[in-house]
Design a protein around this ligand. Sequence first.
Ligand code: HEC
Ligand code: HEC
Ligand code: HEC
Ligand code: HEC
Length: 215
Amino acid sequence: MRRKTAFQITGIVSLSLLTGVLSQAIGTSQQSTEPANKPKEAIQRFPVHTRSPGPSPAIETGFTTGSGEPVTADCSTCHATRTNAVPVRSAAELESFHLGLNFEHGQLVCASCHDPGNNEELRLADGTHTPWANAMQLCAQCHGPQARDYENGSHGGMTGYWDTTLGPRTRNSCVQCHDPHSPAFPQMYPAPPPRDRHISIRSQNASDHNERHSE
Ligand code: HEC
Ligand code: HEC
Ligand code: HEC
Ligand code: HEC
């Protein structure tokens, strides 16, 4: 028990996963030496919910219905009847539609992720298709380290409970944080530290100290 607490304090999920496995293994091996009538405590875990990016992105046509709702068109509305130009390497090559698309993702082309023959789903590297909602699998095939870190909880953040025996957890999928077409985040300065009366006293002391040195 004590050893389990020590591991939890480290807060490293891979370790706690490992301990989970270990303590389960230990639990089962101990159980065999314990009296058979002692009930085994089942560990209750709350669900981990990953937000879905949505069923399928639709294109805003710029028209509105009589009640003011925007009119959208599915990809297939246009792409069922037109053959894609392959490969389209940059947004600048698009002249008649999807103008202004912000596309900056390594040396990828549209067809790295969209099937020229089927825009209703995403295309994986092996040529098979996957639904929009499964975009993480698409990202993971080229960004293994981040996908692994995401699985371990050290990339991609979460809300709710770290310890899922206490409550549920909610996570974003890759495309809720990263624009798949332009995924890099701009560099930014770290936020200023919180204003805290103890911190300000300390930095006050530090600046007094520095002043005395410069005198
Ligand atoms: C209103 C019609 C329309 C809709 C709706 C539409 N597209 Fe397109 N799309 C076009 C046209 C036209 C082009 C060619 C643009 C060019 O080359 O100048 C194009 C180009 C593309 C290309 C580049 C490769 C190519 O075909 O030349 C991709 C990828 C693409 N569309 C994906 C999508 C996806 C995904 C959706 C749905 C989310 C979608 N499109 C919805 C009309 C449409
Ligand atoms: C790295 C993979 C990837 C590449 C490369 C890529 N797309 Fe996409 N695209 C996606 C994903 C994933 C979505 C769905 C986004 C979502 O669900 O929020 C999407 C959505 C779209 C949409 C509908 C939503 C929107 O943003 O307008 C269009 C249109 C589109 N892509 C066109 C293109 C065109 C044109 C190119 C090439 C210039 C391209 N894509 C390159 C992954 C990609
Ligand atoms: C076919 C392979 C491929 C797929 C699929 C793919 N990427 Fe990328 N990604 C790349 C390459 C190549 C780069 C450019 C790396 C570089 O410039 O160092 C890149 C760059 C990035 C970067 C910027 C990295 C940096 O250090 O600036 C992010 C973030 C990213 N991708 C996220 C995603 C997400 C999210 C998805 C899923 C929607 C995705 N990628 C799908 C190949 C891919
Ligand atoms: C909660 C938001 C969030 C989610 C979800 C998320 N990322 Fe990121 N990701 C970030 C931020 C923020 C950065 C920028 C870190 C920096 O610039 O130091 C980043 C950076 C990256 C980079 C650039 C290299 C690096 O590690 O700094 C790649 C590649 C990447 N993410 C891929 C992914 C993939 C693949 C997924 C899904 C498995 C994903 N991300 C999920 C927020 C997220």
